[in-house]
Design a protein around this ligand. Structure first.
Ligand code: AMP
Length: 415
């Protein structure tokens, strides 16, 4: 059965899924596929799930609908098998995709290179362009593309939209996007700063304006997306003017397992003196560094627990993390000249009141301060955590990349 039919027709006004149908959002990694069926109007996730360990004999699928999670284990040979399993679960435990009236499939694509500054309706040419950009994101783009290809095969009657993590940062001024590298070499190999997590930075900065009832165009914002990956951005009037990630998502803030900023000569040093290959150094910088490299743990909850037990490495890791974060807040203050709102988002930003407090400590002279009572605890809703007297608002705004992808997909499909 083709589970998705009726594309292009309006869904019934009486459909349980609303008059605008739904969007299936797919985030395809090298060995996993994450998905969510989203109501793009109300914003809620109708169903969601994850296939892990693709290519292994012990694959795991979990599918959540109406508060119940169904789990399956077994071999999942490739991305095609993964998606067939997912569609089978929609059939078996719901929701019925025909009833949900899927108006688009939105795909997260990490790197849009210099080609994509907007979401794109996927056709052969778009697939080809994503493939061409793959050398810039060898871990991500091939997997994203694989997800697109199998989804188009299995759901051929629905428009597929690629939404790029880099797109929001296509507006970076040349001075911010340019590395001071020989310009001929840089141009030949596409070496410049692209920025990532753009869907989140765009969603959060837009949400801030809506929540405050202010015009996005009037606000200068610093957005701190602190998850396992972490990035900061400076957004002037809704337009991104700086961001901390660069050619790849390795630059910038200290992350769960990534170094963030590092003197590039460290790489030469390790290659020449430690005998490490480029691939080994790549793995070291991306997977064995950051909080994990410094403390053995990449999860800040664990790090706080270890700090409370008197663990010096965990204390040091937290200090390095916070120091880098504060440096970026100061730098982006200088970039923007005036900052109306500083916003924390993602796993750490939304949940970790200690990191938020440390990041803003002693910044009163910049107009940035935190009210301890307002800051306390995890935030599930947009919340102002600065005191009334502070000229700069500090907020926590939960990000929702799936919803942002769904809305961008609908906007493109419906014109
Ligand atoms: P994300 O990549 O946005 O899913 O964020 C994942 C990270 O958020 C984890 O590695 C933790 O460091 C952090 N995190 C999640 N929940 C909490 C919490 N309750 N307190 C502190 N940090 C948290």
């Amino acid at each position: 059965m083709n589970p998705v039919t009726g594309v292009g027709e309006r869904p019934s006004e009486h459909s349980a899924f609303g008059a605008h149908g739904s969007v299936l959002v797919i985030n395809s990694g090298s060995s996993s596929v994450k998905y969510q069926l989203v109501n793009p109007v109300g914003g809620e996730a109708i169903a969601s799930g994850l296939v892990e360990r693709i290519g292994e004999d012990d694959g795991i699928v979990s599918h959540t609908f109406a508060g119940n999670t169904t789990r399956r284990t077994g071999a999942v040979s490739d991305h095609g098998a993964a998606l067939r399993l997912v569609l089978g679960l929609f059939d078996e435990v719901g929701p019925d995709l025909e009833e949900a009236h899927v108006v688009a499939v939105g795909h997260r694509v990490v790197h849009g290179g210099a080609v994509f500054s907007e979401p794109a309706l996927v056709d052969e040419a778009v697939e080809h362009a994503i493939e061409e950009i793959s050398p810039l994101a060898p871990l991500h783009n091939p997997a994203n593309l694989r997800g697109i290809q199998v989804a188009r095969e299995l759901l051929p009657d629905v428009p597929h939209v690629a939404v790029f993590d880099t797109a929001f940062f296509s507006t970076l001024p040349t001075a911010a996007s340019t590395y001071a590298l020989d310009r001929v070499v840089a141009a030949e190999h596409g070496v410049r700063r692209y920025g990532f997590h753009g869907t989140s930075h765009q969603y959060v900065s837009g949400k801030v304006a809506r929540v405050l009832g202010r015009r996005l165009g009037d606000l200068n914002q610093i957005v701190l997306h602190l998850g396992n990956g972490a990035s900061a951005s400076a957004v002037r009037g809704g337009v991104a003017v700086e961001t901390s990630m660069g050619l790849t998502p390795l630059e910038g803030l200290v992350m769960g397992t990534r170094t963030g900023d590092i003197d590039p000569a460290v790489i030469f040093h390790l290659h020449r003196n430690a005998g490490m290959s480029v691939d080994e150094i790549d793995e070291l910088l991306n997977r064995r560094s950051g909080l994990k490299g410094l403390s053995g743990e990449n999860d800040l909850r664990e790090i706080h627990r270890l700090v409370a037990e008197g663990d010096d490495d965990a204390r040091g890791a937290l200090d390095v993390y916070v120091h880098r974060l504060r440096k970026y807040i100061g730098a982006y203050y200088a970039v923007l000249g005036r900052v109306d709102v500083v916003t924390f988002t993602a796993g750490v930003g939304e949940n970790d009141d200690i990191v938020r407090a440390l990041a803003c400590e002693g910044l009163q002279n910049l107009g940035i301060a935190i009210d301890p009572a307002r800051n306390e605890g995890r935030k599930k809703q947009p919340t102002i955590i600065s005191p009334d007297w502070a000229p700069t608002l500090v907020m926590v705004v939960p990000t929702n990349e799936e919803l942002a992808i769904a809305r961008q997909a609908v906007a493109l499909v419906e014109g």
